[in-house]
Ligand binder design. Structure first.
Ligand SMILES: *Cc1c(COP(=O)(O)O)cnc(C)c1O
Length: 434
């Protein structure tokens, strides 16, 4: 499989190079040259396959012969080595719990796949790679755990001081070894700007081989298709109708992976992009005018994105046809008040505890179903409620149970380097401290 740069379709590279590089010229995203169809029998009989087998069938065409079959099978098995249950909340709405991995967030899946592919591709090389990421919370932990102790890879994570939750902070600052956490006196946007400057700095790039690990990287984006198939495997055992699929969205990598799976043959009657108060995409659906905004801070902080990078991939999938896009996807914006009241109501009515991101999805799904009664579907549960305990406990007036693994984590000591939002300080760290 070849991947082309969406900014310059003449730049075509294979999966290996796309994994190592992350993005192409002019910061363009890579996109698969063709959309490999899933075998129809396979899709109809998903319930007869193990999650590992589903993951392998899903990924093999994208990787081709660049990773030997046996090794790819090991990689995908490690990628989905935890439970991904589809739980019914009420008659219309179920939730796919994607938060049973090591950092209790769906990003574990993409990060595990990408880290193992990158490690395979670097195995016989002298090259050392530095993965540089800015995080508003969840990405940092998932990437840190995905790459922990992987040879030839150093990870440097930038996060905004005092703006990630206590659990998120521990997840990204306590590992040590090849993982460094930089605590930035500034906002998430500042962190992102610093990372961008580093990627375009000649001196740094002449000494270090930098790559990113966000959903721009195809090796992190593509494996997110896997759990849509795992959801469907469970869905078809109880339902005849095709599901409506609602995805809490920030950078739009997750929903874009679901749409890609749909174009390959995954049945779905409709997709919903559930956004928080950052409503660039809901506005686009209303006006057909794409206006990036400065991100505003919300309770669902992993979706505080004002210019979603993966949206161009969605446009590409739909051949830039606005009507086709609008027929398949609806977009909603849910504010913090509604997020909080949704968490309370769902807890009172059904005894199920949502966290803010999944609550945004639940509220969007309810709005859609009100206009389209008779349909059913599932939302993607992207994080465990304990990661956002403050907001959740305030909404349900009850303390939530802390998993044992987290109690252990919270006892560990935080190790960070604090720097100002100043590129010279980052440069000094990258050139001399790792
Ligand atoms: C990253 C994240 C999202 C948004 O996913 P995108 O792929 O950026 O749209 C939603 N919920 C949680 C908990 C996240 O960490």
């Amino acid at each position: 499989m070849k991947y082309y740069n969406l900014k310059d379709s003449l730049e075509k590279i294979d999966f290996r190079e796309a994994t190592i590089k992350g993005q192409g010229k002019e910061k363009g995203l890579f996109f698969p040259e063709n959309i490999p169809q899933l075998d129809k029998e396979f899709v109809q009989n998903l319930h007869q396959y193990s999650n590992e087998e589903i993951a392998y069938q899903c990924m093999k065409d994208f990787v081709g012969d660049e990773i030997p079959l046996e090794i790819l099978k090991e990689i995908v098995a490690e990628t989905v080595s935890f439970e991904i249950p589809l739980i019914k909340i009420n008659e219309q709405i179920s939730i796919l719990e994607l938060f049973h991995g090591p950092t209790l967030a769906f990003k574990d899946i993409g990060a595990r796949f990408m880290s193992r592919c990158l490690s395979y591709f670097l195995k016989d090389q002298q090259k050392k790679v530095t993965v540089l990421v800015a995080t508003s919370g969840d990405t940092g932990g998932a990437v840190a755990h995905g790459f922990y102790k992987i040879p030839q890879i150093n990870v440097v994570i930038l996060y905004p001081k005092n703006r990630v939750s206590p659990v998120q902070e521990k997840q990204l600052t306590t590992l040590g070894e090849n993982i460094s956490a930089l605590e930035i006196n500034g906002s998430f946007d500042d962190c992102q700007n610093l990372v961008k400057q580093a990627f375009s700095d000649e001196e740094i790039n002449s000494q270090l081989f930098l790559t990113s690990a966000n959903s721009i990287n195809v090796a992190r984006w593509l494996p997110q298709q896997i759990y849509y198939l795992i959801a469907l495997k469970q869905w078809i055992q109880n339902h005849k109708e095709h599901p409506v699929i609602c995805v809490p969205s920030g950078n739009f990598g997750n929903i874009c992976a679901g749409l890609l799976a749909h174009f390959r043959g995954l049945p779905a009657s409709h997709f919903i992009a559930a956004c928080n108060a950052n409503h660039v995409i809901p506005d686009y659906f209303k006006t057909q005018n794409y206006q990036p905004q400065k991100a505003v801070a919300t309770l669902s902080n992993a979706m505080d994105v004002g210019n979603p990078s993966n949206f161009v991939r969605i446009l590409e999938l739909f051949g830039h046809e606005f009507d086709a896009l609008k027929n398949k996807i609806s977009a909603y914006s849910i504010d913090d008040d509604e997020t909080m009241s949704t968490i309370s109501e769902v807890y009172e009515k059904y005894g199920y505890i949502l966290e803010p991101h999944s609550a945004v999805a639940f509220a969007a799904m309810e709005q859609y179903l009100q206009k389209n009664p008779g349909q059913k579907g599932f939302i993607l549960g992207t994080a465990h409620p304990v990661k956002f305990a403050d907001a959740v406990e305030k909404a349900i007036h009850t303390q939530i149970e802390i998993p044992d693994s987290l109690n252990e984590l919270m006892k560990k000591e935080k190790k960070t380097v604090e720097i100002n939002s100043d590129f010279e300080e980052l440069r000094r760290f990258l050139l001399h401290k790792i």
